[in-house]
Design a protein around this ligand. Structure first.
Ligand SMILES: [Zn+2]
Length: 363
């Protein structure tokens, strides 16, 4: 039976342990090494990507121009490309991005899926048969509310994620948010990405989470913290346009922070890569401990199947990776500095990847 041995990560920290698994399930977790050890190192749950636009992987060249020219709806470069791409191209681009994400140890993602039902279908088809948990947050085709369109969308979406209050007419966005919330599904949006947006207008929509809040003031962050609305940060995509979130300031304001990778044409959807960058840019505002950055790589689990996603325990489905890194010193720091090349083993559901043999068929 395959065994991984080393130091197990949980929100409380690392402790010594051995994990045995079979047929996609963890069969034993103990403090002793047993049997032939397949892999040794730091054992962590799969990372959770709080914010992606995986369809943007259809754009292959480096986008030029301002943020508005590249990513703003309805006519930014990415929207033109998404429209031009065939269904097959879009599905293949999403699938490729998900495969790269998995290979880098990120096993779940909350995706803002543009393109109405067509976009959602491409995401579902792209993710089919892959051992990945994807929350598909769809959106209507245009920037207006159509009751019938949303009812149809919510039949295949896990929720709705839209651009921002600035792109929408107030009344229509409120109707949309109300419709989504009444159906019991999550509603999320970007906020204060480039310039400060009216926090009352944003919070009036009762979002389940926000993306960015970079241009917000401390009082805006405190309002979100009071209402316990988590915020996904995507430092690499923001840096592409010269912006840097104040991670220490947001933490001080009490915000629950998550990490996402945003547009797939700027940033590989790997949470490991985002963690390293987040740690570095946090230093511009005084820095944060590596443990805090590592926790941000898992915070979005609470928006998916919950903290149990992270359980490395007997009876739980396999969802872990082993980083071939020595114990000792500051393990959290080693993890956020790790690269894909440090991954010795991935065990995700019935799928296993190891450095010697690559992806292995199911047991
Ligand atoms: Zn985004």
């Amino acid at each position: 039976m395959p065994t991984a041995s080393g130091w197990l990560y949980s929100p409380e920290g690392f402790e010594k342990g051995t994990v045995r698994f079979h047929d996609g399930t963890i069969t034993e977790v103990s403090r002793k090494a047993k049997g032939d050890v397949l892999s040794k190192g730091l054992i962590l749950p799969g990372f959770v990507n709080a914010h992606t636009h995986l369809g943007d992987a259809v754009v292959l060249e480096e986008p030029q121009g301002s943020l508005e020219e590249v990513v703003a709806p309805p006519d930014g470069l990415k929207f033109r490309r998404l429209k031009e791409a065939s269904q097959e191209e879009l599905t293949a681009a999403i699938r490729g991005a998900l495969q790269r994400m998995l290979r880098g140890g990120t096993t779940a993602s909350l995706d803002f899926r543009e393109g109405g039902q067509r976009g959602l279908t491409a995401l579902r088809d792209g993710a089919s048969d892959l051992p990945v948990e994807v929350a598909a947050l769809g959106r209507p085709q245009g920037l207006d509310y159509d009751q019938r369109e949303i009812a149809a969308l919510l039949k295949i979406a896990d929720g709705v994620g839209v651009s921002s209050v600035s792109d929408w007419e107030s009344g229509a966005l409120k109707q949309l948010a109300r419709h989504v919330k009444a159906s019991g599904l999550p509603f999320a949006l970007h906020a204060s990405e480039v310039f400060r947006e009216d926090i009352d207008r944003v919070l009036d929509l009762h979002p389940d989470f926000l993306v960015h809040m970079t241009a917000g003031r401390r009082s805006d962050w405190e309002r979100c913290a009071e209402e316990d609305i988590p915020v996904a940060l995507t430092p690499r995509s923001q840096m592409f346009f010269g912006r840097v979130p104040d991670i220490p300031g947001m933490r001080d304001a009490g915000l629950r922070l998550m990490l996402g990778t945003d547009n797939a044409m700027f940033a590989h959807p790997s949470v490991m890569r985002e963690m390293e960058f987040a740690y570095q840019v946090a230093k511009l505002h005084g820095g944060v401990p590596p443990e805090a950055i590592l926790a941000m790589g898992y915070e979005a689990a609470n928006l998916l199947t919950g903290p149990s996603r992270m359980a490395i325990q007997e009876g739980a489905p396999c969802n872990f990776l082993v980083l071939d890194l020595p114990w000792g010193g500051d393990a959290a720091y080693r993890v956020i500095k790790a690269t894909e090349a440090d991954i010795a083993l991935l065990a995700i559901g019935p799928w296993t990847w190891d450095r010697e043999r690559g992806w292995l068929p199911k047991d």
